[in-house]
Design a binder for this molecule. Structure first.
Ligand SMILES: Nc1nc2c(ncn2[C@@H]2O[C@H](COP(=O)(O)OP(=O)(O)O)[C@@H](O)[C@H]2O)c(=O)[nH]1
Ligand SMILES: [Mg+2]
Length: 299
């Protein structure tokens, strides 16, 4: 007799920068979500898929929950809470170093009335002192009914495997939703766009990454096994275009080189990457772009 399969949805929510995407990648065991030290790196929901024994975990990595100031922000926060709707369990990830920030309290408040099962995950234990951790566990733990409290480091991997085993316990008996070797629900085009966006976050300063969005315009698989990928980086103003290009095109060259290396790792073949920068004023008010980045249009 074949053992019974289990499959379910884990919603990973939290404030911006808590380490949700790092945790998703650690649980999948492969990089499916982009990560940067800047807040609001993740714009849309994506699903990372992990298999352990007879269980398939569908990990919904969400944008951070924060007080939005514009339409893009509102769409991101809506996508984040939307990720909890059909979850079998919700994992609230908290940056333990930052502690009891207003953003965290606001999310815990929102979770109180949530019917689903919840776990509290205190992340970044590698950079947080123990006394502070215990205090935080005590305070946050008493504010909502969590099934359990975990202390982990998504970055170093400390406690991640045990946490994965906890998640598995909450997954209902059900057939697997995806093929065994699939790691995410993101299309290759979207993944390519996300990789380039991560490089913008890592290489450009201040507000610029927030003013940009990437579109994979063309993807041509070649007979020699390589792919030619054309992407457009949309920015809002001419001055931003200059920054992305850099002196004599040095900046975009460096972004392109880093993105290409990651794409080759992600797709397992050689990539010829061509980046173009275009100015599109108010792209955050353009409905069609929301569809491209996987967000609903909100009023
Ligand atoms: N020291 C430390 N840094 C972490 C840990 N987890 C995530 N980070 C860092 O925190 C930042 C935000 O991570 P990210 O996964 O993008 O957060 P998200 O916005 O919640 O998805 C990145 O610079 C990560 O490298 C951790 O366990 N320890
Ligand atoms: Mg993220």
């Amino acid at each position: 007799m074949t053992p019974e399969k289990h499959c379910g949805v884990v919603a990973i929510i939290g404030a911006p920068n808590a380490g949700k995407s790092t945790l998703t990648n650690a649980l999948v065991g492969s990089k499916v979500a982009i990560v940067s030290p800047k807040v609001q790196t993740t714009r849309a929901r994506l699903m990372g898929i992990a298999v352990e024994g007879e269980t398939q975990l569908l990990l919904v990595d969400t944008p951070g929950i924060f007080a939005p100031s514009n339409r893009l922000g509102r769409a991101m926060v809506k996508a984040a809470w939307g990720g909890t709707d059909d979850a079998d369990i919700i994992a609230l990830v908290v940056d333990a170093k930052r502690g009891m920030a207003d953003e965290v309290l606001h999310i815990v408040e929102g979770l109180k009335t949530h019917k689903g099962k919840k776990l509290l995950v205190l992340n970044k234990v590698d950079i947080c002192v123990k006394e502070k951790l215990l205090l935080l566990a005590d305070k946050l733990g008493s504010m909502a009914s969590f099934e359990n409290i975990w202390m982990i480091s998504a970055e170093t991997g400390l406690g991640v495997y045990d946490f994965k085993i906890e998640l598995i316990k909450h997954m209902p008996a059900a057939p697997w939703h995806f093929p065994e070797d699939q790691l995410s629900d993101v299309s290759m085009r979207m993944m390519a766009a996300e990789i380039t966006r991560e490089k913008l976050y890592l290489q450009l300063h201040q507000e610029l990454p927030y003013a940009a969005t990437i579109e994979t315009e063309k993807w041509e698989q070649r007979r020699d096994g390589s792919a030619m990928i054309n992407q457009i980086i949309y920015v809002e103003r001419d001055s931003q275009k200059g920054i992305v290009l850099g002196a004599k095109g040095a900046q975009i060259k460096s972004i392109g080189a880093a993105a290409r290396t990651d794409m080759e790792t992600a797709f397992g073949h050689k990539v010829h990457l061509f980046l173009h920068v275009k100015v599109k004023e108010n792209w955050t008010e353009d409905r069609s772009i929301y569809q491209d980045i996987g967000l609903d249009w909100v009023n």
